[in-house]
Design a protein around this ligand. Sequence first.
Ligand code: NAI
Length: 270
Amino acid sequence: MAYNLLKGKKGIIFGALDENSIAWKTAQHCYAEGAQIVLTNAPIALRMGTINKLAEEIQAPVIPADVTVAADIENLFTQAMEHFGGQVDFVLHSIGMSINVRKSIPYYENNYEFTHKGFDISALSLHRVLQTAMKLDAISEWGSVVALTYIAAQRVFPDYNDMADNKAVLESIARNFGYFYGSKKKVRINTVSQSPTRTTAGSGVKGFDGFINYAEKMSPLGNADADQCADYVVTLFSDLTRMVTMQNLFHDGGFSFTGVTQAVIEQMEK
Ligand code: NAI
């Protein structure tokens, strides 16, 4: 059901690769709530993915941008503002990639070239996006930026590998940039820490099936899915959450604050 929560708002959505992507669902939900969208992804992802299907469905232009290239981000904001005829009201950063994870290189043997690349794409990119937006004054007052993260930023999940470090920095950038962007322009910045979700990036983590089943059993409400994540992000883009900024917000069915559940105890007793 739609509530018109984003009526008249305009936003940029990074990271819709295919219909499982959290960004894909978020774009659909934002559109259903009345927003106008610009979609973006890395040029290679645009060639491999199916983003044009989504673009048609939600009447959104697609502007290629590799999030590690400053000129691409500048071009993206400039073109998006031309398209909208003014500033954007929200931005979703839904981007993650680790070559160490992809190549199953354990954390304690990480290849630092791969680490640098993953860090640039998964964490520093948020800073680059925000710095560019601030320079171009591309986000409206009370605008909202959300980046997606995972609880491995706070606790050890061994196979999450160097993505854990990337997420810790991502959350820190949201907090620190949130201070400056909030003070200067009343733009708010938050991270949403989502349950494990079956997507291309998610399924790349070793032992993902065990991981997602464990989280399901360890969450009083069960795992949150991508559609539910999209709903939550809509609220953060809406005017109903105007005073929320610099937060890491868990969207995980209660997983983050649960010590143990009856379902896990029963499993251990078997
Ligand atoms: P996904 O694979 O659908 O999305 C990842 C996106 O990052 C893709 O669209 C990819 O093209 C984009 N990307 C990679 N390199 C890029 C570059 N250089 N420039 C621009 N874009 C680039 O997977 P998912 O799961 O939807 O991931 C979205 C976000 O959600 C990520 O930050 C991920 O870490 C986070 N997340 C995912 C969870 C999961 O279990 N799937 C759990 C918690 C957070």
